[in-house]
Design a protein. Sequence first.
Length: 80
Amino acid sequence: MNLPSPPPTDPFEVELEEGQNYFWCLCGLSQKQPFCDGAHKGSGLKSHCFTAEATGKKFLCGCKQTKNPPYCDGSHTEIC
Ligand code: FES
């Protein structure tokens, strides 16, 4: 099983637009965090596609440990 690379450990505050599709980086390799830039190719991991349900600011997970992807659920506070 491939594991994500060590990613940033804090969430990213982003502006989302209702109905817009986004690709959240799951591998931790993207240079455009928290969004995918295709760097996962060959890692065995894929990006996570989601559609914004509302326009506004959201916190997307940076640590890649959230149990509610792509949104921060506070799991980053448990990382040593
Ligand atoms: S940054 Fe991953 S759960 Fe908060």
